[in-house]
Write a protein that binds this ligand. Structure first.
Ligand code: 2HA
Ligand code: ZN
Length: 272
């Protein structure tokens, strides 16, 4: 058995390919990570090498101590993952303090996990805590239409949530807690990681102004599906704005009716 043949690795590779086909991952844009389940780690044990050197993460994530992550590589192209997984993705193990990681499989020839590993890990840390360990996936994509909207809408969570909810009836059901917004910040470091993870306490989807989107989920399908749904909604909004703006829309009372029938709770702050 090779690592590439394990089900969770095959699923991960398929999502990277689908995300490339969506047009969200030009060049080395975007990155993807999955917190590997204990039973999957057990399958890996014979196939990995834990002797490599430790590297500081740059942030502290004590509740992720000793966890294993499947992650895309820094500078690697999402479109190349399917052609050569071992060169473009890898498995990183977090140390017992949650401060360092080591690469235990893949990312051959000295490659490193994504430059956004601090943002991924801090978001994983928050999501693990607030979901009782259920949430395992973080996807960062350069979603064209959501990025476009960050140039014309106020960079405000209430505005983004409401506008994206209104553009497709499924949206409040798919992301009932709404959308977080981080103002423009330098990517790749601890500061943007902290801001993103703070918003991840409340939201499953966080927009980085003039840059892209972070989506989280319990499964790879759910994280990908969330990104896809929000980005499609943004595409509809771009079209609506291009046609002169809304002439009618879904009302707050419509949303309240939807919430009742679909058994979701929509925060009143987005319905005012
Ligand atoms: O991997 O997307 O945010 C390149 C990026 C940085
Ligand atoms: Zn990016």
């Amino acid at each position: 058995m090779k690592v590439e043949e394990l089900k969770f690795v095959k699923d991960f590779v398929r999502i990277t390919h689908d995300a490339w086909l969506k047009g969200w991952h030009e060049r080395n844009g975007g990155n993807f990570s999955y917190r590997i389940k204990d039973e999957e780690v057990a399958e890996l044990k014979e196939l990995i090498n834990e002797t490599s050197e430790c590297t500081p993460i740059g942030v502290s994530v004590p509740n992720l101590a000793n966890e294993y992550f499947l992650v895309t590589g820094s500078g690697k192209y999402m479109r190349n993952v399917i052609l050569d997984p071992e060169a473009n993705i890898g498995i990183a193990k977090i140390d017992e303090k949650g401060k360092n990681y080591k690469v235990v499989w893949g990312l051959i020839n000295g490659a490193r996990p994504t430059s956004e590993f601090p943002s991924h890990l801090m978001s994983h840390s928050v999501k693990k805590e607030v979901t009782n360990g259920k949430n395992r996936v973080i996807l960062h994509s350069h979603t064209t239409n959501i990025i476009a909207l960050t140039f014309v809408l106020p960079l405000d969570s209430k505005v983004f949530t409401r506008e994206l909810w209104e553009m497709a009836t499924e949206c409040p059901v798919v992301f009932p807690s709404g959308v977080g917004v981080v103002p423009w910040m330098v990517p790749g470091g601890a500061a943007i990681a902290k801001e993103t993870s703070k918003l991840m306490k409340e939201f499953d989807i966080v927009v980085w102004a003039h840059h892209g989107t972070f989506a989280s989920g319990e499964t790879m399908d759910l994280a990908f599906g969330l990104m896809d749904t929000a980005e499609k909604s943004a595409e509809i909004l771009v079209k609506v704005l291009s046609m002169g703006g809304k002439k009618q829309t879904i009302t707050s009372d419509n949303f309240r009716d939807l919430a009742k029938d679909f058994n979701v709770s929509l925060p009143e702050k987005f319905l005012g």
